[in-house]
Each structure stands twice: as C-alpha cells, then as structure tokens.
Write a protein that binds this ligand. Structure first.
Ligand code: ZN
Length: 426
C-alpha cells in the first residue's frame, strides 16, 4: 500500500463539538493509515511524496449508513406519498424488476457509477430479495473502491405477488446460498443480513435471521419506527412486543456492541426504544431528507446523542432524493432546527460541527477507526475544490467547509481516497 502526504486546507472533527482546521497543512498516510495532520511536516515523513492540493479543502471521507441501491433510478418520484403507499405504489413494483439480471446490471451500473463519484467512502446498502442481482451489485461495488456492506433483502410477507419470497424457509435457504456465493469473493464488499422491516418478515423468518446472525457472526440492518401507521401495524403483527424495537429484540436481531445492528430512521423512538438501542449498542441511521419527503417526521437526534446512542447519517435513496452526503448534513441540521422550534424547545438544534461529525466519524465508526484524521485512523479522504464558491470575504477553513454543505452544487470532488487508495480523481 502506498504512503504519501497531502498538502492543503485540512478540516476534521477533534471532538463531536469541535472541528480542527489547519490552513496549508500536511496530512500523512502510511500504508493506508493516517499518521496525523500537521502544520509543519515532521522530519520522519520528509521522504514521502507530497501531493500538492494547495487551496483545496481536505476532509475525511463520509459514511452513508443507509441507502437502497435498487431505488436509485426512480429517486424523486412519488414524494407526495407516505411510507406504506410509497412502498406499494413505487418501491415494490420497481424492486420486482431485479429478478431480471440484465435489468439489474444496467440499473446498478448507474448507482455504482454515481457512488464512486460521491462524497461517500463507505456505505451500508440494501439490495433486493434477488440473489443473482445482489451478487451483481456486489461485483460492481467492489470496483468502485468504496468499502461497503450489502444486504440481500429478506421479505416473506406483505410484498404482493411480485416481491415476496415463498416462505421463511425459502428465504433463509436463499440467504445461505447467497452467503456461500459471496464468501471470500471480495476485499471491500461484505454481506449484512437485511430483514426489510417487521411488516415484511414473518416471526419464523425473523427468528431464523437472528439465529443465522449468531451462527455466522453477521451484522444486521433494518428499519425502525419510521412512520405512525407502520409503528401501529408492527404492534398488531407482534402483539407481545412492548414496542417496535422490542419486536426486533424478541427475535434476537438487535445485535450487540461488537456486532451492531443498524436501524434506519427511529423518528418515533421513545425512552423505552432508546434504552433498547443503547443496551444493544445499535446504530441509528438518521435519514432526515427521507423523513421529510415521506412526511414521516423528525427524529430527535439530540436526545439520542445525549443518551449515548451511536448515530450516523444515511441518504436513504430513494425516499431520500439524493446520494449527496453534504446535502444530508444540511438536511439534518435544518430538520433539527424545526424540531426545536415546532416540537420541543428543550431539544437544541444540531450544530454544524456535530452534524459533520455524524457524517464522518459518527457513521464511520461502524467500520472501525474511520472518518477522522486522528492518528491510527484508516485513510479515507476527500479533496474538495471550492474555488467556484466565490466570496468577497477572506474565509476561514471552517467557514469554507460550512459553505460546502449549504452550496453543495458548487463543490467539486478533486480526489477521493479510501484506505489510502486513490479511488477517484477528476
Ligand atoms: Zn430505507
């Protein structure tokens, strides 16, 4: 693996509340690992090649903690619907096409092409219930340089005739076959168990997936407490549960600290659910763009942070309309302001610093030491050209960084590094 130095205007979170910046500084990568950011290049690194990005911003790569690859090509459609209608009218009919491998190949090529060119260096991805198409997606993802988890979706009820597995047994058997096919096949692409959500999965299937997770030491991703009608439906489907999160808990799918489950949304997670999420070391994937588009609501992220729950940001395409993580940062800040103003003034809005942290180190921690330029972190970096974002002021690095999120269309990704590898350059 190569070792080198990047020179430019560096910014990353020192803590959740504080962004550390160095103007015209040096960022050292040794064998894919960050050795730190410096104002003056230390003697021991003087012999390394320096890539000169003077005048450009250098920030940690971002983690998209929740995104649906097969929904990418219809993003921005059906946005006047709420969750369950949107799923039935748009999402399920679209995902049914992925039984056709040629369709999947083409559609996934659009997704992977754009992901490679996005701000994300890591991603946790839903595919569909189709094994061949999911392997195709994973093959394509491996070529993007992005490090990812990918889930073949399990769903044995409420999908209609076209998008539903025949039984829990069939679903579990297909999952095992998929896992056997992808086992050891990739360096950057890993499988994750993916029950779509409780309404899509019978008790038997959920129990089977919980057991499979334990047996094969596999992580799980799913959805939790997104929309009021969904929450009410889960209570009907699993009447013995004390809350939606408890329904996952009953089936042993909430994971643990070392094998954390990702739960997207958590808009309606109350104290009881927060306790369960915290107890299991679960991650919340905060998807505020999606939550606004489908009129789901606003997740109280400040409360989750105060409770010590692990959180990252997801774009949730296609309920989220874009894979752009800078836009996701902006949406999260704006949503938190509306929560503070309209719902509860004891819950302070998210600051730019805190939200940038969630998009980098917050979600990145799901992959280990990822999302920071502190010493020992895996070297994921974005070199951003913000020169087209004109200003009459002499801006600080911190101000320029904030502006990139508010004017993301004017920012160009110049270079992208994942674990020290230059995976994309303009
Ligand atoms: Zn989702």
């Amino acid at each position: 693996m190569s070792s080198f130095v990047l020179k430019g205007d560096i910014a990353f979170n020192e803590t959740r509340e504080k962004i550390h910046t160095i103007e015209d500084g040096f960022l050292v990568c040794e064998d894919g690992i960050c050795k730190g950011a410096f104002e003056v290049l230390p003697d021991e690194y003087q012999n390394l090649p320096v890539k000169d990005f003077t005048g450009k911003l250098i920030v940690p790569g971002m983690t998209d903690l929740h995104v649906h690859a097969p929904q990418y090509t219809f993003r921005g459609i059906g946005m006047d619907l709420e969750l369950l209608d949107w799923l039935n009218q748009h999402t399920f009919p679209e995902e049914a096409h992925y039984k056709d491998l040629e369709y999947a190949k083409k559609a996934y090529s659009y997704f992977t092409y754009d992901l490679k060119r996005s701000f994300s260096t890591r991603a946790v991805i839903f595919a569909t219930m189709h094994t061949d198409a999911t392997v195709e997606l994973m093959d394509q993802l491996e070529e993007t340089g992005v490090i990812s988890y990918v889930g073949r979706v399990n769903m044995d009820r409420n999908g209609g005739v076209d998008l539903q597995e025949a039984s829990a047994e069939v679903s579990l058997q297909e999952t095992r076959e998929w896992l056997a096919r992808v086992n050891g096949r990739y360096a950057k692409t890993f499988p994750i168990l993916t029950p779509r959500f409780i309404p899509s999965c019978s008790d038997e299937l959920m129990k089977g997936l919980g057991a499979l997770s334990e047996e094969m030491d596999l992580r799980i991703q799913s959805h939790l407490s997104e929309n009021p009608s969904e929450v009410a439906w889960v209570k009907e489907l699993v009447p013995e549960s004390t809350c939606y999160a408890n329904a996952y808990e009953i089936f042993d799918t909430m994971g643990n600290e070392a094998r954390p489950t990702i739960m997207a949304h958590c808009v309606y997670s109350d104290e009881k659910e927060m306790e369960i999420l915290k107890k299991h070391g679960a991650y919340i994937a905060h998807c505020s763009d999606s939550n606004m588009n489908l009129t789901s609501g606003i997740a109280p992220i400040r409360k989750f942070m105060d409770a010590g729950i692990r959180i990252g940001i997801g774009t949730d395409v296609a309920a989220g309309s874009s894979m752009n993580m800078l836009k996701a940062i902006l949406n999260a800040i704006q949503a938190s302001k509306m929560y503070y103003r309209l719902v509860d003034q004891s819950v302070k809005p998210l600051t730019f610093e805190e939200t940038f942290y969630l998009a980098t180190e917050g979600g990145g921690s799901y992959f280990g030491k990822v999302g920071s330029f502190k010493e020992g972190y895996e070297f994921d970096a974005l070199v951003l050209d913000d020169s087209k974002m004109y200003s009459m002021r002499n801006l600080s690095v911190r101000e320029r960084l904030e502006r990139t999120c508010y004017n993301d269309a004017d920012v160009i990704i110049s270079h992208k590094y994942v674990k020290g590898e230059n995976t994309f350059q303009r």
